[in-house]
Design a protein around this ligand. Structure first.
Ligand code: SF4
Length: 344
């Protein structure tokens, strides 16, 4: 087990021209216009983050997010990557990660990324089902994802594959099959994003016309629960579950419909814990006739909030069956192992 803490310093590359129009995305096509990036600011950002990290064993990566990195002009890519080199030399930063599209990967691109010591490449795969990719107008096929993944792995990079759930035509079976392919392609990490209806997108038009129905929040949580457990079992790190709660999502100025929740991951972990508690206490529908009992559940400290549940949901559910329910942190326990004490 890794004992050091992972940090990613996010650097958001300016919006670059995107020749695609994926149905869920509202990025405007910016014909050839690129904002001149301020490389000094990137250096300053990295330094500021480094100063804020706690002392101790850590693994720090600089992550270039926000666009199709390998689609931006080569000289700008190189200038970004050059800003990180002194931090890699000094040992303050251990790696560089970036995200891009599968069809923007080839051997020449990978040779350039290798030269600047990029360690992880994340591909926005979104689905590994061709019908879903076509409906989302992604502009690439499953085969292209597979080929890009093979090249990335063969060149010795760490591979990340991001997926979305609830795209038009998606089903739980297709999402699970996508997860299996992500595992089979050798990804070490993934991100799971529920599809949301954002203003000024094709999906928004379809939603208003009644042609697209987003997942309900409970459905998205139930799908994500199964996916998370599958990835955990395969040793694939799920580094993000749910969209980052940007201002436009929180205040509803961008988000129209779909399973958005600022604490989506916590909702998923709450349900995973509830399943464990249901099994332990053999709770079925209705009360279990043990309302006279008091129970104490010992849980490892990092898991205790998920065991209690988002907003105390699991505790409330257990209180329908027991007189008193107490969760106690226990440092000797790890992962989702727990112990129970019953008092009459
Ligand atoms: S999701 Fe990515 S590739 Fe698709 S339109 Fe948006 S920026 Fe372009």
């Amino acid at each position: 087990m890794q004992r050091f803490k992972h940090y990613t310093i996010p650097v958001f590359t300016p919006e670059m021209a995107c020749p695609f129009q994926c149905v869920f995305c509202n990025q405007q096509k910016i014909s050839g216009h690129t904002q001149s990036p301020d490389f000094q600011e990137v250096t300053h950002t990295i330094q500021t983050y480094l100063n804020s990290f706690k002392a101790g064993e850590r693994h720090v990566e600089v992550g270039f997010f926000g666009g199709t990195f390998t689609g931006i002009p080569t000289d700008i890519q190189e200038n970004y990557l050059k800003t990180v080199q002194p931090f890699l030399d000094s040992g303050e930063v251990q790696g560089i990660r970036l995200s891009t599209r599968p069809d923007y990967i080839n051997e020449e691109v990978l040779a350039r990324l290798k030269k600047y010591r990029v360690s992880t490449i994340e591909l926005g795969a979104q689905s590994l089902d061709d019908a879903v990719l076509r409906a989302a107008r992604r502009g690439h096929t499953v085969k292209q994802v597979e080929e890009a993944a093979r090249l990335i792995r063969a060149a010795g990079f760490d591979l990340g594959l991001q997926m979305m759930i609830g795209l038009p035509g998606d089903t739980l079976e297709k999402a699970m099959a996508t997860a299996q392919k992500i595992i089979d392609l050798g990804a070490s990490n993934t991100r799971i994003y529920p599809t949301l209806v954002i203003k000024e997108t094709v999906l928004y038009k379809w939603y208003r016309q009644g042609k697209y129905k987003p997942l309900l929040l409970e459905e998205a949580v139930a799908w994500a629960k199964q996916l998370l457990l599958k990835f955990e079992k395969a040793g694939v790190r799920v580094i993000r579950l749910g969209l980052h709660p940007s201002r436009g999502l929180l205040d509803g100025s961008e988000w129209v419909a779909g399973p958005f929740h600022p604490s989506f991951r916590e909702l998923v972990l709450t349900e995973i814990w509830y399943d464990l508690l249901v099994t332990e206490f053999r709770i079925n529908n209705g009360t279990s006739g043990r309302l006279h009992q008091k129970i104490e559940i010992f849980v490892s400290p990092p898991e205790i909030n998920y065991a209690i549940g988002y907003g105390g949901k699991n505790k409330k559910r257990l209180l329908e069956h027991f007189r008193e329910v107490k969760f106690t942190p226990h440092a000797v326990l790890s992962g989702r192992n727990f112990k129970v004490k019953r008092y009459v």
